[in-house]
Design a binder for this molecule. Sequence first.
Ligand SMILES: Cc1cc2nc3c(=O)[nH]c(=O)nc-3n(C[C@H](O)[C@H](O)[C@H](O)COP(=O)(O)OP(=O)(O)OC[C@H]3O[C@@H](n4cnc5c(N)ncnc54)[C@H](O)[C@@H]3O)c2cc1C
Length: 435
Amino acid sequence: MHTVNVRRFQQQRNWMALKASGKHKSPNKMQNSAKIAIVGANFAGLTVAINLPRRYQVSVVDRHPYFEFLPNIHELLSGVKKVKSLRLNRKRLIERAGHQFVEDTVTTIDPVKKRIYTSARRKLPFDYCVVATGGVNDTLGISGAARFGMPFKTVADCQRIGQLMKRIIRRDRRVSLVIVGGGLEGIEALGEILRRYRRYPRLEVHLVEKKQRLLNRVPAGIDRDLRKTCQSFNVRFHTSSRVTKLARDKVWLSSGRKLMADAIIWTGGAAPTRLLRKSGLTHNAADWVAVNEFLQSTSCDSIFVAGDAADIPDLKSKQAYHAMDMGELVAANIKSLIAGEELKTLRLSSRPKIISFGDIQTYVVLGSIAVASPLLAGLKEAIFQAVMTKFDPPRGISSVVNLYGRTSESLFNLTLPALLSMFSLRQLTNLRILT
Ligand SMILES: Cc1cc2nc3c(=O)[nH]c(=O)nc-3n(C[C@H](O)[C@H](O)[C@H](O)COP(=O)(O)OP(=O)(O)OC[C@H]3O[C@@H](n4cnc5c(N)ncnc54)[C@H](O)[C@@H]3O)c2cc1C
């Protein structure tokens, strides 16, 4: 109760300070003319945009024209998903919500002048700004990682890996693929490589993970299950092993071992974008933005932060559904601030984690228990379909065409092959509990 009163007092004090500086608009004036700038339009930023009323002047800036469904980009490696089905046109979605989309890169946010600056020399004024910039590929300062490791963070990244795999697999000699990182991205990448290429005897895959276990944050049974499954394939796990250096065709490990590589997939995690520090929202390059329980930046309450860019101490992993929940809260709190109403606090919902391993296995993790069955792949696909339809409901010809494309791809590339292959059919009945 006490903290809530203190917060209310702080909000009131900030409002008085704004009033004294002459830079405020009264809530009534703001109701119709509030200027909102949203930086980043993926899960978090797009959710904020579509939940804000048309009467505000909302500008949404993203450096790329398409929303991308990142949790399924690994499926580009095997080709079960095509680029088109993982993307949605941002301009169309944002204009449909009554707002303006600006395809540009934000270079600085000035919290004092309340302006954002872009690389195309735009200056956009705001009353409230939303930072939803997610993260970028973290090369962990390892020599050669930025140059030779293929990042795994966007649709374009995974499309590039898929195309390279198609080229190198045709070589008339042994082909070596090194995956750096045995977390969610590394394991899902391996699963897709096996879905497509497990029948190629010349392909060998090395997966390097610095921790002792694959997927360190989920029940240990999954690590054991993955290792057992991969005994039938040409896969070597190098756990408790750090990568120390990369060259075009080699990866050096802390054990002194050197792996030859025709391709190196880099899944070393995410780092904050430089914009955060440059705009004075963080002190160090490795920091995410500190926020209060209303998702306002602790250094400037006219700046809200949603999604991966926010530093939420209780959050164990940055996930798309948290980004969407935060987006909804930020939109609600901006509306409340403008109406002079009380702000709502962040309540994190916890949902099962779904980890797919190609067409071989899918794990659903609920706390300390995991359920394994290839049948569960349908769950991940259903979430993909539901979220894409939520962002792009079938209204108008483009959305209907997109919906048809996505669902028929799901039927022909995922459901039918599973029903027609003996390997998958044998596995389908095999539902197991892992701890
Ligand atoms: C391979 C992979 C697999 C994943 N699997 C899952 C999963 O299974 N389940 C799950 O829940 N989550 C998963 N995630 C995590 C999930 O995708 C993220 O939590 C989610 O994307 C965060 O959303 P966001 O909107 O905060 O950031 P992002 O989705 O990263 O979007 C940030 C946006 O900001 C834009 N941007 C950044 N800087 C600027 C700038 N300066 N100017 C203009 N625009 C800018 C970017 O272009 C981008 O569009 C996965 C992520 C990856 C990479």
